[in-house]
Design a protein around this ligand. Structure first.
Ligand code: HEM
Ligand code: HEM
Length: 257
């Protein structure tokens, strides 16, 4: 194997390791964080099923973003939906052996690259030109958008211009990573840049704003049932405290009697 292939193979496993451990730790932290109050946002679901459907609408349609700002919704939705289709198409590199026939049907998903890039460009323009948003933007906000744009554009260059790469070699390399059968990867600079940024993105995922992916499912404004007037809500740590208080109170009452 060439040196560059060895470096990228190692980088893949290092980034994947950081991603899995980092995400595991963050999800655990989200899981055990107390939720002391009932704070669902309107229109509030009154049942658990309602709360599940609300979350599904939020994740698939970005419902609350749609209500608050149509332009951000449009660009945000174009980007995320494009990304989803692009990632589905990328599965063909990672599945070892022959691909299921469905992959012939999803060939047109390659055009989702444009939705993704247009969406990202719109979000970047908003960060730069809307004073309110520029004021609250940190360098990492720009960095994320720029990295994703470079990944998208370098991918689109491979797909839509004559700067192709050897996709069979990419498939052997990527599926080889999954089954531990390592091979050389193509060495066009465009492909290496694409892959390198993807691996960087994977490694910084657990310490970046990309944590909104698991985070949205833990958001109390979105996942709570509005039953505060029917059922008393006590978070787990408060429950422990309350039990201790009750015991103390009973002891005090006992003494008085
Ligand atoms: C469960 C899947 C996901 C959901 C529900 C989701 C939802 C959202 C929402 C609602 C926003 C806020 C838009 C705004 O108000 O500015 C957002 C922003 C963003 N998302 Fe996601 N997202 C998901 C997955 C991802 C993934 C996989 C990536 C990238 C790998 C990503 C990258 C981004 C970025 C970079 C922004 C910030 C855009 C900006 O700076 O304006 N998202 N996402
Ligand atoms: C290890 C992971 C990845 C590998 C090996 C990889 C490789 C490739 C290759 C070889 C192409 C050219 C396809 C062709 O010529 O038909 C491509 C296209 C593309 N890639 Fe990636 N990529 C990876 C991850 C990603 C990720 C995470 C994103 C998005 C954030 C992305 C976005 C794109 C886009 C937008 C295109 C153009 C549209 C398409 O062909 O589907 N890639 N990628």
């Amino acid at each position: 194997m060439s040196l560059i292939s060895i470096i990228f193979t190692a980088l893949f496993y290092i980034s994947l390791f950081i991603f899995i451990v980092g995400m595991g730790r963050k999800i655990r932290q989200f899981w055990i964080t107390p939720v002391p109050l009932k704070i669902p946002i309107a229109p509030t679901p009154l049942t658990q099923t309602g709360a599940i459907f609300k979350m599904i609408r939020e994740v698939t349609l970005f419902e609350s973003l749609f209500r608050s700002n149509k332009w951000i919704w449009l660009f945000g939705f174009l980007f995320h939906f494009g990304l989803l289709l692009v990632l589905v198409r990328h599965l063909r590199y990672f599945i070892p052996g022959d691909l299921p026939e469905i992959f012939l049907l999803i060939q047109p998903f390659k055009y989702a690259a444009f939705a993704m890039i247009i969406g990202l460009a719109g979000l970047l323009v908003r960060r730069i030109f809307v004073p309110r948003i520029r004021y609250i933007s940190a360098p990492s906000d720009y960095l994320m958008l720029l990295m994703l744009i470079v990944i998208g554009v370098s991918g689109a260059i491979m797909t839509f211009t004559s700067n192709h790469t050897d996709v069979m070699m990419v498939k052997a390399f990527a599926s080889g990573l999954i089954v531990f059968d390592w091979t050389n990867l193509p060495t066009e600079i465009n492909f290496l840049l694409h892959l390198f940024l993807v691996l960087v993105l994977l490694a910084i995922f657990p310490i970046s704003k990309l944590l909104h992916v698991p985070g949205i499912f833990f958001s109390p404004t979105l996942n709570q049932v509005d039953n505060a007037r029917k059922k008393r809500h006590i978070s787990s740590w408060a429950l422990k405290q309350e039990k201790e208080n009750t015991v103390k109170l009973e002891q005090t009452i006992g003494k008085d009697e």
